[in-house]
Ligand binder design. Structure first.
Ligand code: C2E
Ligand code: MG
Ligand code: MG
Ligand code: MG
Length: 292
């Protein structure tokens, strides 16, 4: 889907093929440079236990501090990076940074929590992916259990057999696998019958307005039940309001990720959070979301 988005973007906004090529060329060149010059930074968004508010993990999310444009959100450059193939390098960069960070927390004697990384479908399908993951884990002497890989269902579109195999191999290594953005795009219940995964991440579109939209409430509750019955950990993304948090608590959703606890933050800030171990829900004015 991201790939298609990238394509449409250029089809709609650029008048000719030469401009399209030029823009892509410029961006690609900028992204290569960005890796070398460390313009990319990995942020961490805490995942919190629904009742104790303890930090039980975090998702690594990339940020691009562009010298001219300032902070560029991944929603803008990931689709282009996927289109140009540079996503593979970016993804390996994130993997390296995250495992390095885990290694350094370990040496500092910090409480360790699993960190998840988003993996682009095309990277996952590459032959050397498994070896890269394994080698990086070994290099930084990190427990494989502390690494979670978030894949989306677009990974399955082309070669689902290879994906299923890769998931199996990674889990044998001890790495956890999560299905991201569940309930959107190409996702289907069938996938849950054929895929052995550890974590289901329910897309935040189901959370939005859940307190007032009965259909969403029913679907969200059912997804939580399905995940549990299938022995998966369930993470709900995009929890912003106290009403939504209350819903998750009532429906016994294991883990919550959302602005109500924290936006993605730089490593140093997440380290401070880890030291205190717990977060508390912010009020709506604090977390910057609009109050209805
Ligand atoms: P995602 O993997 O589904 O990540 C969750 C996104 O939801 C993040 O956006 C996060 O900041 C946002 N989010 C979390 N809680 C809330 C909330 O309460 N309210 C709102 N409005 N948003 C919330 P972000 O960081 O902009 O990333 C967007 C997408 O870009 C990610 O979606 C992921 O698909 C992709 N992405 C980010 N980093 C990477 C990366 O390192 N590699 C790859 N391949 N993709 C990445
Ligand atoms: Mg994700
Ligand atoms: Mg997601
Ligand atoms: Mg997403």
């Amino acid at each position: 889907r991201a790939k298609e988005l990238g394509k449409n973007y250029f089809e709609i906004f650029t008048p000719s093929i030469s401009v399209k090529t030029y823009q892509q060329f410029t961006l690609e060149r900028d992204m290569h440079k960005a890796i070398k010059e460390e313009q990319f930074e990995v942020y961490f968004q805490p995942k919190v236990h629904r009742d104790t508010y303890e930090i039980v993990g975090a998702e690594a999310l990339i940020r691009w501090n562009h010298p001219v444009w300032g902070m560029v959100s991944p929603g803008e450059f990931i689709p282009l990076a996927e289109e140009s193939g540079i996503i593979n390098e970016i993804g390996d960069y994130v993997m390296e940074k995250v495992l390095k960070q885990l290694g350094s927390w370990k040496r500092q004697g910090m409480p360790l929590v699993p960190i998840s990384i988003n993996v682009a479908p095309q990277r996952f399908l590459r032959k050397n992916y498994f070896n890269m993951v394994k080698q990086t884990i070994i290099n930084y002497e990190v427990n494989p259990n502390l690494l979670e890989l978030e894949i989306t269902e677009s990974s399955f579109l082309h070669n689902s057999e290879v994906v299923l195999k890769m998931v199996q191999e990674l889990r044998k290594l001890g790495v956890k696998v999560a299905l991201d953005d569940f309930g959107t795009g190409y996702s289907s219940m069938t996938r849950l019958t054929e895929l052995e995964i550890d974590i289901l991440k329910v897309d935040r579109s189901f959370v939005k307005d859940v307190e007032s939209n009965r259909k969403k409430a029913v679907i969200l509750e059912s997804l939580i039940i399905i995940a549990k019955e299938l022995k998966m950990e369930v993470v709900v993304e995009g929890v912003e309001t106290e009403a939504q948090l209350k819903f998750m608590q009532e429906k016994k959703c294991d883990i919550i990720q959302g602005y109500i606890f924290s936006k993605p933050v730089p490593a140093w800030q997440f380290t401070e959070m880890l030291e205190t171990r717990k977060l508390s829900p912010k009020t709506q004015t604090e977390n910057g979301t609009e109050v209805d």
